[in-house]
Design a binder for this molecule. Structure first.
Ligand code: DAT
Ligand code: MG
Length: 146
């Protein structure tokens, strides 16, 4: 067994386009368990921490702005090899060339914006998953007082 948890986000474009259900359906249909789920508005500080690896890149500011442009849905999915499995379900970063059959390949395309709008985020490694889950679901790791 290689039981893992991954952080998945339905980005503002996915919420605006009413695709939350379709994304969740694909995760569930694949057989992964959703163990936490919330709709939220991410602030700049949280997003800068989440996307720290991209600081300084030309798309960093557009990315942070886009991710604040509306509500997002954050969830934790669990399953054997779910990190790799969800990245496969999501498809590659560029939605124009993402394989048909994937979330990005079926449901997203290049809109000509400074940042690629590709509907979903999924953690890319166990280390990223642990870090990102702590950022988005800090309430789960906080030590409860009394
Ligand atoms: P992924 O989301 O597939 O893990 P990433 O971590 O490299 O991709 O980048 C984070 C997001 O930033 C990505 O979902 C869309 C945007 N992005 C990445 N590379 C880009 C580029 N070259 N131009 C515009 N936006 C980009
Ligand atoms: Mg990434």
């Amino acid at each position: 067994m290689n039981l893992e948890r991954t952080l998945i986000l339905v980005k503002p474009d996915g919420v605006r386009r009413n695709l939350v259900g379709q994304v969740i359906s694909r995760i569930e249909a694949k057989g992964y368990a959703i163990v936490a789920l919330k709709m939220m508005h991410a602030d700049r500080q949280l997003l800068a921490a989440h996307y720290a690896e991209h600081e300084g890149k030309v798309f960093f500011e557009p990315l942070i702005e886009f991710m604040q442009s509306g509500p997002i849905v954050a969830l934790i999915a669990e399953g054997n090899r779910v990190i790799e499995g969800f990245r496969k379900l999501a498809g590659t970063t560029d939605p124009t060339t993402a394989e048909p059959g994937t979330i990005r390949g079926d449901l997203a395309r290049d809109q000509g914006t400074k940042v690629v709008q590709n509907l979903v985020h999924g953690s890319d490694s166990p280390e990223s998953a642990e870090r990102e889950i702590a950022i988005f679901f800090s309430e789960l790791s906080e030590v409860k007082g009394n």
